[in-house]
Write a protein that binds this ligand. Sequence first.
Ligand code: SF4
Ligand code: SF4
Length: 372
Amino acid sequence: MSEPDAKRGTAVWVSRAGLNQLIANLKAQGYQVVGPRIADGAIVYDAIEGISDLPSGWTEQQEAGTYRLRRRDDDALFGYNLGPQSWKKFLHPPLLRFFAAERNNGELRILPSTEPAPRYALLGVRACELAAIQVLDRVFLKDAFVEPNYASRRRDLVVIAVQCTRAAPTCFCRSMGTGPAVRSGFDVALTELGEGFVAQAGTERGEQLLGSVERAPADEELIRQAQEAVEQAAAQMVRRIETQDLARRLQEALESPHWDDVARRCLACGNCTMVCPTCFCTTVEDTSNVRGNRAERWRKWDSCFTESFSYIHGGSVRTSVRSRYRQWLTHKLSWWVDQFDMFGCVGCGRCITWCPAGIDLTQEVSKLVASG
Ligand code: SF4
Ligand code: SF4
């Protein structure tokens, strides 16, 4: 097998053994490689040792309020779409200890968290998920207030993207302009074809990673097949949101009676915010031991669907489910545009699949806009 130097933007063919080698090389460089694997009846993201941990031959069936693992009729490693977890759990963890305080013989000591940030290599990042990381970057890294915990996890992040070659019925990234083709924000992008991958480096580090594994030139036919596979995923997408002038149109629909209709179905469970790759809200909790000489301050994910989330002195601002659903949806698709100059939704469809009431953001938006 000839091994030309991998160049940024130059496609090469990498076998499964080559991908395994790439994972091993990342681990040897001190990265914790996290990728898709099966746990609790779903495809989740967790630490992996090699390609034997990947969900070979598995896919999923999903619709509004429904998710089931299904066997494929081949042994594809990335033949699924999205599960309930997003990469945000590694970059913006659900639970984070800020500091502890101890009192001994009347002396108070503050113990800051000194654990170094993990060095993550993410394997299997889809186009909409790359867009979600860019949204989190905008929120946590830009302007005056940089979130240091996110920044430390993001600094040395390696991203191995995988292009979608099929779409789930809940996907609508195409209409949000975030997929299914992977365009930027990755070190290496893979398109799975049979027993290997068409691979492309997006950064100098990606070139080095591809340069360290066995590879061959990808000929025009392989590149055409890879493009066709991604186009097929785009053509399969049935859901969409019309984004033209959407921020303004939703603001005109703030008093629509359709909010009451959604509120009658919504359980205010907050699932949609937990699975969303861009929802970033948190709360702070203090805990103490029973002896009363040690306390800890923790940050944990919160949801705008809880009544306590909008609590200020004297009570909560958003006491009705109507007001909370309206806050969530208009923040994602309207106020976020004012605040961050981008949508807070990347069209991953997780909030549709994992809503126990089967509430479908795309349908609610089109009804709200029509009623505004
Ligand atoms: S709002 Fe729903 S579809 Fe949009 S990014 Fe969040 S989970 Fe995905
Ligand atoms: S929209 Fe669905 S997932 Fe979100 S809070 Fe309501 S019932 Fe729960």
